[in-house]
Design a protein around this ligand. Structure first.
Ligand code: FAD
Length: 259
C-alpha cells in the first residue's frame, strides 16, 4: 500500500490563550508532542484536527499558520493567531475551539506544511491580505532583508487590529479597516490598483478571502501579467463556506484557471 509522507497528527497542549488584538486571539501550543517538531517552521501551517461535526464521522480539519516558534526550558512552543469573526453563534469549529481553549487542554495537530516566503532580491514587493493571512504576512515581512522596499495592504476588522510587525523600513504597511470581512471583495484590489505600478521588478504575495483573491488575481496575473515566479496568490477562506467546501471550490477554481 502507498505510504503517505504526511506526518501523523501529534497531540499538543494549550500553554496559554491571550487576546492579541481586538479581533485576534493568540493560542500558544506546546508539550511533549512538539519535542520532535522540526525547527524554523514559522510561516508554515498546521492542521488543527477537531472532533467530527454532528452527523459526520471524519474529524474536522482547519488550517492555521505558525506565527512564532521558540524553544523554552520546557521544550518547544508555537503561537497560532486566530482571527475572530462573526458573532459567537456564527463562528466555525476552529474559532469556537480557540475562544474556549484553556491551559492544559489537548488538541491534535497535523503538519507542518511549508511556508510561502517572499523570495529575496526583488526590487519591489506588493503584499495584500486579510486577518487570516496576517500571521503569514507578519512572518514574511520579519524575514525579509532589511533593504527590501514595497507596499503592504492589510485588511483588518477594526483600527485596534493593527499589530506591530518588525518590517523593513522601506515597506509601507497600509491598514484597511473592513468591519464585515467577506464583504467588500474589491477593497484590497482597489487599493493595490490605486497605488499605481512601479517601473521595477515586482514580486506580489496575496492571500485572503476567495472573492478578494479573484479581484487581486485579475489585476496581478491578468492585467500585470505576473508569472508564477513573480506571484504567490491564494484564497485562505471563502465567505459563506466552511473550510471543507472552500477546499473543493479552490480546487475547481485552480483547475479552471490553470493555476
Ligand atoms: C495556508 C492557510 C493558513 C491559514 N492561517 C490562518 C491563521 O493563521 N489564522 C486565521 O485566523 N486563519 C487562517 N487561515 C484561514 C482559516 O483556515 C479559515 O478561516 C477557516 O475557515 C477557519 O475555520 P473555522 O472552523 O473557524 O470556520 P469554518 O467552519 O471553516 O467556517 C465557518 C464560517 O466562518 C466563515 N469564516 C471562515 N474564516 C473566516 C474569516 N477569516 N473571516 C470571516 N469569516 C470567516 C466562513 O465563511 C463560514 O461562513 C488559513 C488558511 C490557509 C489555507
Amino acid at each position: 500500500m502507498a505510504q503517505s509522507n504526511r506526518p501523523a497528527p501529534r497531540t499538543l497542549e494549550v500553554i496559554r490563550s491571550e487576546p492579541f488584538t481586538r479581533n485576534m486571539l493568540r493560542i500558544t501550543l506546546g508539550g511533549p508532542g512538539l519535542d520532535d517538531f522540526p525547527e524554523g517552521q514559522e510561516g508554515g501551517y498546521v492542521k488543527l484536527t477537531l472532533p467530527p461535526l454532528p452527523g459526520t464521522e471524519k474529524p474536522t480539519v482547519r488550517t492555521y499558520t505558525i506565527r512564532n516558534q521558540r524553544r523554552t526550558a520546557n521544550g518547544q512552543e508555537i503561537d497560532v493567531d486566530f482571527a475572530l469573526h462573526g458573532s459567537q453563534d456564527e463562528a466555525g469549529p476552529a474559532t469556537e475551539w480557540a475562544m474556549a481553549a484553556e491551559q492544559g487542554q489537548a488538541i491534535m495537530v497535523g503538519g507542518p506544511g511549508p511556508a510561502k516566503p517572499l523570495p529575496e532580491g526583488s526590487a519591489w514587493y506588493v503584499i495584500a491580505g486579510d486577518m487570516a493571512a496576517l500571521p503569514a504576512i507578519g512572518v514574511n515581512l520579519e524575514q525579509l532583508g532589511r533593504d527590501a522596499r514595497g507596499t503592504a495592504y492589510i485588511e483588518i476588522q477594526h483600527e485596534d487590529d493593527r499589530q506591530a510587525i518588525d518590517c523593513p523600513p522601506g515597506i509601507e504597511i497600509n491598514w484597511l479597516v473592513n468591519p464585515t470581512p467577506g464583504e467588500k471583495g474589491e477593497l484590497l484590489a482597489s487599493h493595490v490598483r490605486a497605488a499605481g505600478w512601479p517601473e521595477e521588478d515586482v514580486y506580489a504575495w496575496a492571500a485572503c478571502e476567495f472573492n478578494s483573491m479573484r479581484a487581486l488575481r485579475a489585476y496581478l496575473r491578468e492585467e500585470k501579467a505576473l508569472g508564477r515566479d513573480q506571484l504567490y496568490i491564494s484564497s485562505y477562506w471563502k465567505a459563506g463556506d466552511t473550510e471543507d467546501s472552500h477546499k473543493v471550490i479552490k480546487r475547481e477554481d485552480a483547475e479552471a484557471t490553470g493555476a
